[in-house]
Structure formats: structure tokens, C-alpha cells
Design a protein around this ligand. Structure first.
Ligand SMILES: Cc1cc2nc3c(=O)[nH]c(=O)nc-3n(C[C@H](O)[C@H](O)[C@H](O)COP(=O)(O)OP(=O)(O)OC[C@H]3O[C@@H](n4cnc5c(N)ncnc54)[C@H](O)[C@@H]3O)c2cc1C
Length: 450
């Protein structure tokens, strides 16, 4: 056991105790107990406290994780939950396969990606990662043998575990169906747009033409230029890289500066420069896959740039019918609170349904805003963003969150009680304790939630 770092946003507690457990080897987690509950740990890339259990124990799933089988004919791969995404890409890419869904960082485990049912820039074509999961094993504290879960076997645990925030048991081995690709090089098309309305005019067509599409927004531009940005679309190029090896980071932030440089004039200058980086109109070029999918991974430990108090990421999704007004309202709210978002990303989610009970993506538009944590001021802003989101019929992402209210959570995820019923009684997270645990203290939070 050891003490280690906290969540990616670094606003949550910094001392977490870990236990390493070789569940696959048979010494199941029935042997490990903590009065305040256990929680599986992936690679710690969740921003808030859904991956933390400050009063209890985190079970490290990385140690000894291996790839067990890869079939280059079908694209089926069987891996331990602790395997990192690049380990899969490295063996699959030379045979013409890639991850069907990948988040904006490659440094996540398959177990972590499954438990949060992650989405990528191709949600409009592929839905969430859960759609490509064929089956997995699930170790529970109340069962002697692991459960095999698929759409047809133990289907309730299959649905509850995908997007189940690590609360239904320890995922052991996962079988994933990869996606055939011509190469990993991405043919990128960038459309520079001058106002938010232009994005909404172009987004659906970009989705219909391209495998990938996402927009960067200059959240500081005002007046006629409000909501200007780049719509970046991409497809796998017919020829190109098949090594699947990402380039090393360009640099790494060696320490946490006492004051975050990501504010005021520096923030404005960055947005202006980035906006001008793309020429007016549409530009095309071929780019390496790591730069396209994982631009932030190019700077190691970039989260330290937010200073000692850390950062909050607010990710919302709102229905398409109200999105132009709701997205504008969310961005105007941040401006009126005088807190600029360093990185603002907007994306259309498609209609493909997630298999998970508590999956975040749903049809509509998703807006992601990053703020340095400035205490109460920032918390007030985030609560207001929640209010706008819920009033628009939308939802707030739990695995980016460190502070949403139980009411916001319940409005975002009306299915939460079904997950609570299937939660492993030995598992608990800080997030679950402060949201679901407050909604039904007598019934919903049992043995593990002190
Ligand atoms: C720069 C950056 C960009 C990102 N972009 C995206 C994006 O585009 N789309 C998106 O969806 N997400 C995105 N994320 C979030 C990230 O992809 C998810 O939080 C991911 O789930 C983290 O995986 P992890 O391995 O680090 O797991 P952790 O953060 O350690 O854990 C995540 C959850 O998985 C559970 N878990 C881990 N292992 C197991 C297991 N074996 N069994 C059961 N439960 C387990 C944990 O209990 C926890 O609840 C981004 C994060 C960063 C830092």
C-alpha cells in the first residue's frame, strides 16, 4: 500500500491509500476490506472525485495487466482491465485495426474507459466505447466466482458496469471489438468559423461526412465574434502510419507554479493566436494520430499549469433543439462571472444509444469548459452552469466533476437508483457518497458508506 496523487483536476484530496490486488490470480478482493469502502483505480485520468475514495482504499488495477489475445482477422482483443490504450494500439495498428472510440488522452486503462463509458470525436458514428465491448468478467465481494457479463449473460450487470463508475465490482478481463482502419494518419479538415451560429450550421454536415469532428471555441471573443472557433474534422488517410506508436511528449511541466499563468491577458493572447493559426475558410492536411486525438498529451503533466488549487472541468450535454441558446447561455454565464475557460470544446453527440445504465452521452451537443479553481467564486459559477444545463433538459458529466449537488446528479441520471441496487456493497467512491448517498441516506447507502 502507498500514498499517491489525487485526481487529474487536483481539487480533490491528495492523500489516497492504494492496495494492489491480483484478482486474476485468484486472491480475490474478498480478502481486502476497508470500513469506508474500496474502489478500483485505473490510471487516475478522471478529473474529479468519482475515481477517489479518500476515507477508504483504492485498488490498483495496473500491476501485471496483460493483453491475452488479439485476432487480426476479427479485430477482437482480450485484455486485463489495467491495460493502457496505447498498449492495444501498438499491437493492433500494424494489422490495420484501431480503437473504435478513444478519449482525448491515451493514458487511460481499458477498465477506467469502460467504467466511464468514454466517448470520442466519432460519437456521431460509433457511440460510446461500451458499444464495442463484447464481454468482461466481474469480480464481486458477494460472489465466490467472477461473473461473465455480456449483452445476453448477466445483462443487468453488463449494463450497470458500463458507465457504472467502478461501483459494481472489479472488472477483470475485457473483450473489445476494434475498428478496421486504412492507416492511423488522419486527413484533417479545419473550418474556421466567425461566430457560434456558424458552428451550429456546419456541425451536422461535418458529422455526416467525417468519422471524427469536434470544435474548439474561443470563449473570450465577444460581440460579433462571440463563439468563433475551429471545426476540426478528420478521417483515416488511405495510406500512412501503421506503427501505432505515439511520439514522446514535447515537454513536461516539471512543477506546479504558485500562481496559474492561464488567466487574464495570457489567456486572451493564447485564444487570439490559436484562432489565427487556422487560415480563414477551410484547410486540409495529413496529421499524426497522436496530435489529432491527444493534443494535450504532448505536454506532460499539463494539469500543473492550473496552479496549486487545481482545475475544474465542466462538461454538459443539452438536447439539440435548445443547444444554440443553452450553449450561448453557458458561455455567457462564464463571462459574466469573469472566469474565462482556458480550453473550450463543443461537439455534437449522435443518436446511437449507449449500452450503459449511467452513460453520460445522449443525443445533443456537449460543451466542455476548463476553469482554474478559485474557491467559492468558481464553485458559484459551476453551480450556475449546472442550473442552466438541467433547466435545458441536459446532464452534467460525473467523471469530470468534484462538486455537483445530489439534485443535479439525480436530474442528470434518473437511473441512479438502479445502479445503487447493483452496486457491490464493498465499493464506494467520494462522488457516490456525496451525491447518491445524500439522496437516500437510509436506503441507498449501505455498509460501505460510513
Ligand atoms: C486530457 C484528458 C482528456 C480527456 N478526454 C476525454 C474524452 O474525450 N472523452 C471522455 O469520455 N473522457 C475523457 N477524459 C476522461 C478519461 O478518459 C476518463 O476519466 C477515463 O475513464 C479515465 O481512465 P483511467 O484509466 O485513468 O481511470 P480512473 O480515472 O483511474 O478511473 C475511472 C473509473 O474507472 C473505475 N475503474 C478503473 N478500473 C476499473 C476496473 N478494473 N474495474 C471497475 N472499475 C474500474 C474507477 O473506479 C473509476 O470510477 C479525458 C481526460 C483527460 C485527462
Amino acid at each position: 500500500m502507498s500514498n499517491s496523487d489525487a485526481s487529474w483536476g487536483r481539487t480533490a484530496p491528495t492523500n489516497v491509500t492504494r492496495a494492489t490486488l491480483r484478482t486474476e490470480a485468484g486472491d480475490g478482493f474478498a480478502a481486502v476490506r476497508s470500513p469506508n469502502g474500496l474502489l478500483p483505480r485505473g490510471n487516475g485520468r478522471s478529473y474529479g472525485d468519482s475515481g477517489l475514495n479518500d476515507a477508504g482504499l483504492l485498488i490498483d488495477r495496473r500491476a501485471g495487466a496483460a493483453i491475452h489475445r488479439f485476432d487480426p482477422l476479427t479485430g477482437l482483443v482480450e485484455v486485463d482491465a489495467g491495460v493502457l490504450l496505447p498498449e492495444i494500439v501498438r499491437i493492433a495498428a500494424p494489422q490495420g485495426w484501431f480503437l473504435p472510440v478513444t478519449p482525448g488522452t491515451q493514458f487511460v486503462t481499458m477498465g477506467g474507459a469502460l467504467a466511464n463509458d468514454v466517448h470520442g470525436k466519432n460519437h456521431h458514428r460509433r457511440g460510446t466505447l461500451g458499444r464495442a465491448i463484447e464481454s468482461f468478467t466481474l469480480h464481486r465481494s458477494d460472489r465466490a466466482e467472477p461473473l461473465r457479463c455480456s449483452r445476453t449473460t448477466n445483462a443487468d450487470f453488463f449494463a450497470a458496469t458500463i458507465g457504472g463508475l467502478g461501483l459494481t465490482g472489479l472488472v477483470g478481463r475485457i473483450t473489445l471489438r476494434l475498428m478496421p482502419v486504412s492507416s492511423l494518419t488522419i486527413r484533417e479538415t479545419t473550418l474556421r468559423f466567425d461566430r457560434l451560429a456558424d458552428y451550429f450550421d456546419a456541425a451536422e454536415e461535418a458529422d455526416s461526412r467525417h468519422e471524427y469532428a469536434v470544435a474548439w471555441i474561443d470563449s473570450l471573443a465577444s460581440g460579433d465574434a462571440f463563439g468563433r472557433g475551429h471545426l476540426i474534422a478528420g478521417d483515416h488517410a488511405p495510406d500512412g502510419d501503421r506503427s501505432g506508436i505515439a511520439r514522446p511528449a514535447l515537454a513536461s511541466v516539471p512543477f506546479t507554479p504558485p500562481i496559474s499563468p492561464l488567466k487574464g491577458l495570457a489567456l486572451r493572447a493564447f485564444n487570439e493566436m490559436y484562432f489565427r493559426k487556422a487560415r480563414a475558410g477551410t484547410t486540409r492536411r495529413d496529421v499524426p494520430f497522436d496530435g489529432f486525438f491527444y493534443p494535450l498529451d504532448r505536454i506532460g503533466a499539463w494539469n500543473r499549469l492550473y496552479g496549486p488549487s487545481g482545475l475544474h472541468q465542466h462538461q454538459s450535454v443539452v438536447p439539440a433543439e435548445v443547444a444554440p441558446q443553452a450553449v450561448r447561455a453557458l458561455m455567457e454565464c462564464a463571462r459574466s462571472h469573469k472566469q474565462g475557460s482556458f480550453l473550450t470544446v463543443l461537439k455534437r453527440f449522435g443518436a446511437l444509444e449507449s449500452p450503459g445504465l449511467l452513460s453520460f452521452p445522449r443525443p445533443g451537443y456537449t460543451l466542455t469548459l476548463d476553469f482554474p479553481h478559485r474557491g467559492e467564486r468558481t464553485l458559484r459559477l459551476l453551480a450556475e452552469l449546472d442550473r442552466i444545463t438541467v433547466a435545458a433538459g441536459g446532464a452534467v458529466n460525473p467523471y469530470k466533476d468534484a462538486r455537483m449537488s445530489p439534485e443535479t446528479f439525480a436530474a442528470s441520471f434518473p437511473n441512479w437508483e438502479r445502479l445503487e441496487r447493483l452496486r457491490d456493497p464493498a465499493l464506494m467512491s467520494d462522488f457516490w457518497r456525496r451525491t447518491a448517498g445524500q439522496l437516500r441516506p437510509s436506503k441507498s447507502v449501505t455498509s460501505a458508506a460510513a
